[in-house]
Ligand binder design. Sequence first.
Ligand code: HEM
Length: 408
Amino acid sequence: MTPASVETFHYDPFAPDVMADPLPFYKVLRDEFPAYFIDEYEAWAISRFEDVWTILNDTEGHITSTEGTMMFREQLRVSNGGVVPEASYDPLTVLSYTESPVHEELRQAVGPPLRRSAVLRLEELIRSMARARLDELIPRGRFNVTSEYGGIVAAGTMCHMFGIPLSDAEMVRDAVLVCDPSVQDVAAQGVAYGQLTDLVTDVVRKRRAAGADGRYPLVDGLLTFRLNGRALTDEEISGSVLATILFGGAETLPKVVAHGLMELWRDPDQRRQVAADPTNCATAFEEMLRFCAPAQWFTRTVKKPIVIAGQELGVGHRIFPLLMAGNRDEREFEDPDRFVWDRPIRRHLAFGQGQGFCIGNHVARLEGRILLEELLARVPEYEIDVDHAERPPSSFQWGWRTVPMIVG
Ligand code: HEM
């Protein structure tokens, strides 16, 4: 269903018609209500590129994430009464919910293996995983690009970085998929989340026992880190920091690649152009990020009043910076609802912005490029069974979970 007239327009990120397809709602929001107040959640939906950019880049303490970056309905329905909670540092809250300077310190503790130069050293490993997947998938003639190609490679990369055996990649991928809010199976999600945290906690214990000698810097960096002079517990390291990285690393990338390959299938000319030269894949992946990145928003809370799109956002109000709405803003991108593999992209919002900017962006860009290069080299012509592709309704991660590809 598309939005009714402007007079009766109502936007709620959790409404079934919005979760099925938010794009028409974003257009009305951008054009008519660039700062739209949702009474029920005391929240502002911000939809224009420039405004989302401004909010996420705030460095003057107007905006915080101490209430959480993934606030869902139950939490939003409880007013904070204009009192913004402080971040908890003992025990440590989730990485993304911390504030400066702790947030930067934690990012620095895990940062070295995620920097561009370190990430580029993963190229051979990622390429060999992509090739091994294709060796297995192509002879089958039909496979789900999201989970069976990108899903395994993304989970495998995370396993490698964490020191988890690659044989666990399938389990990691499946557990992350089940935890997607659109699955709505609380019991299965509890089990899957438990499996993942047990796996990560086990890694932390082993690295502590091994003396955190720097062999697995993602984990070891947190074991040697001191938060206001104290060491973090195993549970803090795994639950508050590493689990976020594992989820971030395994969840989104496969959906972006699969959706991007679907867009190239829809437009054979573009597909041929990209496949003609492997160096085109990095450029095409950037457009895939803009066009396909499934996260709709990450919430924030107003800490000091700020004026956005002519409206004063008051203390305690929640904010939905609508990333996909911004990435489809005609004020920033020409013909934004068209996928154009080589469009000039000065900036986009797929990785967020500012303090919470995706720390895994180099990993994602490397994986995206390699997955495209390897697939298009082996299968420059393919079909997508679009009738059996699935993009479950979601307020948050509106992504293609199933993209059946037919080859040969
Ligand atoms: C195409 C793939 C990816 C996309 C589109 C994506 C998107 C995002 C976005 C939009 C944010 C900002 C959240 C916010 O503002 O609150 C974010 C943060 C984050 N991402 Fe990614 N991500 C991707 C891949 C990855 C990978 C591969 C990793 C891990 C290696 C990762 C780890 C994280 C972490 C840990 C954060 C939180 C950063 C912080 O709070 O400081 N992501 N990601």
